[in-house]
Design a protein around this ligand. Structure first.
Ligand SMILES: [Zn+2]
Ligand SMILES: [Zn+2]
Length: 409
């Protein structure tokens, strides 16, 4: 079968860094680490696994960071190439292992891609401490157990990934998709669950003013999660493009700012005061109660700190790397609380009960509390992945929120 594979070698990496700026296609046409390959279908890694035929596979910022070689080396001990990319998915079960009997061929499922203690073959009594608490996004065994090092499907040699027509997953990571949840909504479960996790780990009070920085998939999922979970806080979203602003309006933002001068716009709305320092970015006294940083870029992280009031909270939701130009003085002088949210887990506290993030997401979708299907607004055949990646990086001409690869049956 055809698969988009990532194969890291030092010469390919160096070539990609050298060529990628002037000739981006070098990053995915095989000169650097990413290319389309003909590979055998992944087999069941064990009897508790199933194989899944892909319906839709999402293209995520994590994937493009990998392809453009921007992922931090921090993650490199937990990945072994070559691997097939792709972790956002919805598909149909194709084959069921002998000890995964509760699942059936033909069931439509979405899989949690994280390869925590469960998929690694540990019995519950042997799970690491975070996994035992249900915080399996913080698993301590990503390089141990019955699988080779990998944090999630899409960076694993054994599971395959959803950027191909077939992949494998352990039964503990499968979620049946209710009939009234569309493929598009099911595909959005993974990013939505990220927003759900960040919302529930420290749920905002209804009298807070919230700023969501970024209205790509993660920012919109953050907004949708807060609203689906019942938040009545005042939510301001900062969006770059018109199509993102429209989506944010639809998903329940009180106000969407699509402006050049975000600082001035926020000062006007919150009564904050702006000061001009000797050099560098402006200093804000006052600001919003809470920021969800959903971009992960250095300068937006810095803005997040500056725009939060004293004692307020910054939630880091977009994936950061080695940050340059973040002035810690804002954090220090305003005694900010900075919290990070990665992925989602089995202990999302909602209405006094722990929930699995994917199940809660599917339940909210089935109940009509959230509908993200319309965010899936561009489809490609896997063979056209080069065009998909090019258009992904050119939002001015291509108003893409969530692009997917679509597979024929
Ligand atoms: Zn993703
Ligand atoms: Zn674990």
């Amino acid at each position: 079968m055809k698969a988009i594979q990532f194969n890291l070698t030092i010469p390919r990496y160096a070539l990609g860094l050298a060529l990628g700026r002037v000739y981006p296609a070098a990053l995915w046409n095989g000169l650097s680490c990413t290319s389309m390959k003909d590979v055998p279908e992944p087999q069941l890694p064990g009897p508790e696994w199933v194989r899944i035929r892909t319906r839709l596979a999402g293209i995520c910022g994590t994937d493009t960071s990998t392809i453009t070689l921007k992922t931090s080396p921090y993650f490199s001990p937990f990945s072994e190439s070559p691997f097939t990319m792709g972790h956002e998915n919805v598909g149909d079960i194709l084959e069921v292992g002998s000890a995964a009997g509760e699942w059936q061929v033909g069931q439509r499922v979405v899989v949690n891609p994280f390869l925590w203690c469960g998929p690694r073959g540990y019995a519950p009594a042997e799970w690491c401490e975070p996994c035992q608490r249900g915080e399996n996004n913080l698993c301590q065994r990503y390089a141990e157990g019955g699988l080779r090092p990998a944090i999630f499907m899409g960076s694993s040699r054994e599971t395959g990934g959803s950027w191909s027509s077939v992949f494998a997953m352990h039964k503990s990571n499968l979620y049946a998709v209710p009939d009234n949840v569309s493929d598009e909504n099911a595909l959005m479960v993974e990013p939505f669950a990220c927003g759900l996790h960040a919302a529930l780990m420290d749920f905002p009070a209804d009298d807070e003013t919230i700023l969501i920085l970024g209205a790509g998939t993660i920012g919109l999922a953050q907004l949708a999660a807060l609203r689906a979970l019942g938040s009545r806080a005042r939510i301001i979203v900062s969006a770059r493009y018109g199509f993102q602003a429209e989506a944010a309006q639809r998903l329940g933002a009180d106000e969407v700012l699509q402006v050049g001068d975000l600082y001035a716009a926020l000062a006007e709305r919150t009564g904050a005061k702006i000061y001009k320092p000797l050099i560098g970015k402006r200093v804000v006294v006052g600001g919003v109660d809470r920021v969800y940083e959903c971009v992960g870029s250095d300068s937006v992280l810095d803005d997040a700190m500056r725009l939060t009031r004293s004692g307020g909270t910054v939630m880091v939701v977009g994936m950061p790397g080695q940050v340059r130009g973040l002035d810690w003085t804002a954090i220090f002088s305003q005694e900010l609380k900075v919290r990070a949210a990665i992925g989602y887990n089995h202990a999302e506290m909602f209405k006094g009960k722990a929930h699995r993030a994917f199940q809660l997401s599917l339940d909210l979708m089935a109940a009509g509390q959230v509908d993200l299907g319309a965010l899936v607004n561009r489809r490609y055949r896997l063979e056209d992945y080069g065009r998909a990646l090019r258009e992904q990086g050119d939002k001015r001409r291509h108003p893409v929120v969530k692009a997917v690869f679509e597979f024929s049956k």
